[in-house]
Ligand binder design. Structure first.
Ligand code: ADP
Ligand code: MG
Length: 898
């Protein structure tokens, strides 16, 4: 029999016990022997009976001199009076009492010798022990297992009493040679080998020995873990990865276009990433940074480096909402650079190209520092029969002016008034008049009842701090409109406005976008059927118009012969996306990466390691950057993410609004509502979060709906919307979009908005039943606000006034530092809840406690690094014994290390 023997083969464990054991996942000898005690009781026998009460339970041995059974109403009390075996004048008898335990009275009789364990109390003149653990001394072995020693107490289990479990383990230890279970430790980890360690941990001979053997075993556990991590790491770096050699042109363009400079911390981690990307071995890096510290920007820069070097990059988010948001943010920043981006989620697939004019827009523009500019609805262009024309149906969407951006602009005449040829001349001339003075002109077309422009506003003057101030779209359009109105009214002897007040503008997002708009505008008269293909239309302008006009007209004629290409056709003709954004579905659905060079995994703690592995188990191995906003205590970083290099953004961007956190009991909810209404009136937006334990339950959805109605009532006339896990995806997305656009004022939501959602105008968060969330989760939730310049407020509402809850919530009131909160959370809940080792892919820790034994983990890590530094291949004779530690299950060996 050895440690791997299946317990069933032993034949002496009764069947019901076997069942109970298998429920605990205990199947082999090893499993049972590593079912470690949860605590110990000192049952070393006291030499004599105590004279008074005891603080701790004690172990005593005595003779039963009297028993009696008493009844009080329905209650039965059985008493047994014990006397010390060598009683003398001063000894005082002890009364053991059991309430309502029938079998005890059958077990115990006068004249027997009894061993008991329990706390002694004084009751009047008597010393009593209620419900002691006890054993009749008949069989000395049984006594030896349970009493007169430091006795192990195991984690409670159903169908398996402490005694039974203890008995099984005791017997097993007598039969098995446990020496092979001992993990060999390098000298630097001190206390040598201990072949008997497994026996001692269950049945230690002294407290001293227990302390030593526990440390020995914990070190063994940690050392094995660190060796496996090191092996994984070595294996990874031995893989062939992509060497990304980019000059960083795209990244530079990107960072230059940002309305803010990178923080020093962002710059530093970006450099770390850059360094890794250039190496041939695959990057495996963890990027941690508190909520809102700007990880996404760093990830984008990293992806651009990969893209520039010719690879694809993937960005994976844990939720649909977050994937959508990333996609929007990426398009906002990267469309102008002409990057091909695709969204791949379970429910939505989209490529940013091709973009027929106005047919699709990103309503999901990013946030930072952009001002709404001219907006409006586009004139509903009548489509001529037989000619397919991009549709103009449009919602009003906020647009943003950006430096060096190009825009496609359209505006129409009031009431579709038809412009005379002379009027069209005036309009075109006036457009050309400001060309190169206020804007660069790429294309213009004056249609009979509307105008198209493709322009890039120029710098008007230099503002403070070296910022250039550009001509605004509204200014440009205003001059064109008012100048031409005057002129036209003059020559046509008319009066009143010529133009609609509104204009429509569309940010050009990429080179191909520009080309597309250019084609559209310059071909518009022919395609709209205003003139026949053979005719000329003099009110179209583009650079070098004189030279190209003929060619254009000809190509238009060709175009018209065939119809426009279908989207499928377009896609087929498009090269592969350079960046793919998605959810888990990236892993499981048929997304084929043509050339994946960098995978960024956002909010890693929501992903399992297995999933990460699946994404990266391709050849050549892509670089991997995992990001987390759940700060991880250092010991955990060394283990769960031990195979990763760590970069930390430890600095918040400046100008972040402060977040003030208030604790509130439910009866004072009114105060918060008043405050909320004030903020909404001031133009801010709010999240109202309530916990749903299990979103799959109908009941909860119902509760959510009810909650929602109440909030609508409370916040009337502000617009509220409801968001929870059961809302189907397209709706979910639409709801987020409306909130982002400011059409909705308050979002009543479950934690589906927990991670990553970034809406700077939302400055109030009210969390109901806050006590039901964990600290880290509350911190994540709170991170949704405080993202703009305004002061934000977070209300933690709870009806639970227990000290435990108050202590938990007060942590949040006191600090917004994610690391402090993570430590506090860890302390309050233990690491199991924060981050399960189960998902780490590492062996489960059975004895060691990452928190309590942090020092030992650090020691084990240092020892491992030292060992492998001196002997990377474990070739030295004295190190052969460590090889077994890293032999993987599949029989692979350590040969990857070189
Ligand atoms: P997180 O680390 O939580 O993923 P994000 O990357 O979403 O943070 O950034 C939060 C917000 O801060 C975004 O609106 C982003 O544009 C902005 N931001 C990022 N870096 C900076 C910076 N250096 N200065 C100012 N704002 C920044
Ligand atoms: Mg984020």
């Amino acid at each position: 029999m050895d440690l791997d023997t299946v317990l069933e083969e032993l034949n002496w464990i009764p069947r019901p016990r076997m069942l109970a054991l298998s429920r605990l996942g205990i199947a082999r000898v090893r499993d049972l022997l590593t079912h470690y005690p949860r605590r110990y009781e000192n049952r070393l026998q006291f030499p004599s009976f105590p004279r008074d009460e005891t603080v701790d339970p004690v172990c005593l041995c005595g003779d039963v001199v009297k028993t009696r059974l008493m009844r009080f109403g329905g209650r039965k009390i059985f008493e047994a009076v014990l006397e010390e075996s060598n009683a003398h004048a001063l000894s005082q008898p002890l009364t053991c009492r059991w309430f309502n335990l029938h079998y005890i009275q059958k077990m115990i009789a006068t004249g027997q010798r009894l061993i008991i364990f329990g706390r002694v109390k004084r009751k009047g003149l008597r010393l009593v022990v209620d419900h002691p653990e006890c054993e009749v001394i008949e069989d000395d072995e049984e006594i030896l297992i349970h009493f007169r020693r430091i006795t192990p107490i195991y984690p409670a289990t159903e169908g398996l009493s402490q005694r039974v479990l203890r008995g099984l383990i005791f017997r097993l230890l007598e039969q098995v040679d446990v020496a092979s279970a001992d993990v060999p430790l390098p000298d630097s980890l001190g206390n040598g080998d201990d072949e008997d360690a497994l026996r001692k941990i269950h049945f230690p001979e002294s407290d001293e020995q227990l302390r030593e053997v526990r440390m020995h075993l914990v070190l063994g556990e940690f050392f094995r873990m660190q060796m496996q991590i090191a092996a994984a790491r070595a294996k990874n770096s031995a893989r062939v990865g992509c060497r990304h050699q980019a000059r960083g042109l795209l990244e530079e363009k990107f960072t230059a276009a940002l309305p803010f400079g990178l923080t020093r911390a962002q710059q530093r981690v970006l450099n770390e990433i850059k360094h890794d990307l250039q190496l041939a071995s695959p990057m495996n890096r963890l990027l941690q940074g508190d909520v809102g510290s700007g990880k996404t920007v760093v990830a984008i820069a990293a992806m651009l480096l990969a893209v520039e070097s010719g690879s694809q990059a993937a960005l994976m988010a844990p939720t649909q909402i977050l994937a959508e948001q990333h996609y929007a943010v990426l398009r906002n920043w990267l469309d102008p650079l002409g990057i091909r981006i695709a969204l791949r989620t379970g429910t939505r697939q989209e490529d940013n190209m091709p973009l027929p004019l106005f047919a699709r827009d990103s309503a999901l523009l990013g946030s930072a520092g952009c001002q709404p500019a001219v907006s409006g609805s586009l004139p509903d262009t009548r489509s001529s029969p037989g000619i397919s024309e991009p549709s103009y149906h449009y919602r009003r969407l906020p647009h943003f002016e950006r430096p060096w951006a190009k825009y496609a602009i359209a505006f129409s005449t009031r009431n579709r008034r038809k412009l005379s040829p002379q009027a069209r001349d005036i309009v075109l001339e006036s457009i050309l008049r400001w060309k190169d003075r206020r804007y660069e002109l790429y294309a213009a077309c004056v249609m009979p009842d509307h105008v198209h422009l493709l322009i890039e506003p120029m710098v008007e003057r230099d503002g403070e701090g070296g910022n250039s101030i550009f001509f605004s779209l509204s200014k440009i359009l205003h001059s064109i409109k008012s100048f031409t109105s005057n002129q036209i009214n003059k020559v046509e002897r008319s009066s009143g406005p010529i133009w609609e007040g509104e204009s429509f503008d569309r940010l050009i997002r990429s080179e191909s976008d520009l080309q597309e708009k250019f084609n559209y505008i310059t071909r518009n008269p022919w395609e709209a059927g205003v003139v026949t293909p053979k005719e000329d239309y003099p009110w179209v302008w583009y650079p070098e118009v004189e030279f190209k006009k003929e060619k254009f007209a000809a190509s238009c004629r060709e175009q018209q012969a065939g119809s426009l290409r279908s989207p499928e056709e377009e896609r087929r003709n498009n090269p592969a996306p350079q960046i793919i954004v998605g959810t888990h579905s990236l892993l499981y659905e048929n997304v084929t990466f043509s050339n994946l060079g960098l995978a960024v995994i956002d909010e890693q703690h929501k992903f399992g390691v297995a999933q990460r592995g699946k994404l990266t188990a391709r050849e050549p191995a892509p670089d991997v950057l995992v990001m987390t906003a759940t700060p991880i205590p250092r010991t955990l970083t060394m283990t769960i993410y031990g195979d990763l290099e760590v970069s930390t953004i430890d600095e918040m961007p400046r100008g972040r609004g402060e977040i003030i956190t208030h604790l509130l009991t439910t009866d004072k909810l009114g105060e918060a509502i008043t405050f909320l209404r004030q903020e909404l009136t001031a133009g801010r937006q709010a999240y109202i979060i309530y916990p749903l334990i299990d979103e799959s339950e109908k009941l909860d959805a119902k509760a959510a709906a009810k909650e929602f109605e109440q909030w609508q009532e409370r916040l009337r006339p502000f617009r509220c919307e409801l968001l929870h896990g059961r809302v189907v995806s397209p709706d979910k997305q639409a709801i987020m979009q409306r909130f982002r656009a400011g059409e909705t004022h308050a979002l009543i939501s479950t934690t589906v908005i927990e991670v990553g959602v970034d809406i700077p105008n939302a400055t109030v968060m009210l969390i109901e039943n806050a006590e039901r969330f964990g600290l880290s989760q509350l911190h994540q939730l709170r991170g949704r606000i405080g993202r703009g310049a305004h002061i934000s407020h977070c209300w933690l509402v709870s009806s639970d006034k227990t000290p435990e809850t108050m202590m938990k919530l007060t942590v949040l009131e006191k600090t917004t530092n994610g690391f402090e909160i993570a430590e506090a959370d860890w302390e309050l809940r233990g690491p199991g809840d924060l981050l399960g080792t189960a998902q780490s892919g590492l062996p489960e820790l059975k004895l060691g406690d990452l928190r309590r034994d942090a020092v030992l983990m650090r020691k084990a890590r240092r020892a491992t690094l030292e060992l492998l530094e001196n002997d990377p291949g474990l070739d030295r004779p004295e190190n052969q014994r460590f090889r077994d530690l890293i032999v993987e299950r599949q029989g692979q060996t350590f040969s990857h290390v070189s």
